[in-house]
Design a binder for this molecule. Sequence first.
Ligand code: FMN
Length: 347
Amino acid sequence: MSKTHDQISKRKAEHIDLCLNEDVVYHKSNGLEQFDFIHDALTEVLIDEINFETRFVGKIISYPFMISSITGGTEKAKSLNENLAIAANEFNIPIGVGSQRPLLESSEHHDTFKIVRERAPNVPVLSNIGAAQIVQLGNLTSLLKIIEAISADGLIIHLNPLQELLQKEGEVNFKGLLNKIKEIKNNLNIPIIVKEVGSGINQNTARRLLDIGVDVIDVAGSGGTSWAAVELLRNPKLENDYFREWGLRTSFCVKEIAKLKDEYDFTLISSGGIDNFVDAAKSLALGADMVASARIMLKTLELTGVEGVIKLIKDWFNGIRKIMFLTGSKNILELQQNKILRKEELF
Ligand SMILES: Cc1cc2nc3c(=O)[nH]c(=O)nc-3n(C[C@H](O)[C@H](O)[C@H](O)COP(=O)(O)O)c2cc1C
């Protein structure tokens, strides 16, 4: 194994460990607590007839929920990925693998990613690569390699300038990034998903991405896992923790980017601190087409195993069904039509 490969593998293990055991969550909220649903006393919705099926990256999925990109490239990652994939398969929902950067350098740990496709043969499985790697790519052959490694249905490109800025080994040269994403979109015949990792995506950034044909925007806003917090823990030399709380709240990103629906055809994913069914339902009501979660999946898996993850997702959708009943929403489209307000407007 090369030295870089070894270092990446070690870093991945540290990330999992810190996200499971340390205080890595934003101290500020995802903003969704500022909103409340509008009760419909005259609801006629039949709870058991609510159907969540939707289309995502060319496949029918059963629920508008994705297990966000978490890991790969270390021994522990294999069993985590295996169990998360079992849960994704159970619900016929999409799952992202963690950054496949290790596979750009060697085929070591290939199995830690491939296990996802093996355990979830038919659901949308998404490749993942970071902005810092994208800008350094010569040709696109290596991307084809990581896509083929898991027979991916889409490619996630993660934007993480804050994380790179604070990471000991960080790379902060993103010159040419938008053009590179455009080149990838134009040359690879696969849906492109662009996400943040916790600092959020603003409306103008979303517009620039949609203008070059990006298919899916996953806001990954602030209020959940703080990558600044993770990197500050890994890098004690950084004294200034002002950046720990840097980022746009998930609710703000979703609300602003949803306004672009009139102009562009794309899928909007709400993520970043979506840790319960109420926040998931509020995200959908604010205009997201889907929601996604990372850290809570990892944590639930660690504490209660794959059965716990399956129970969690099941409970969430039972909860969302109840909210849809009480707001008179037969489907997600109806939930997106004026079913939520800022709390102060409800006085
Ligand atoms: C342990 C861990 C590892 C992660 N690794 C990646 C990664 O490799 N690529 C990526 O795009 N996002 C990665 N993320 C970020 C998540 O996909 C997600 O965007 C972020 O954690 C916010 O969601 P959350 O608040 O539900 O955790 C990781 C998250 C966790 C918790």
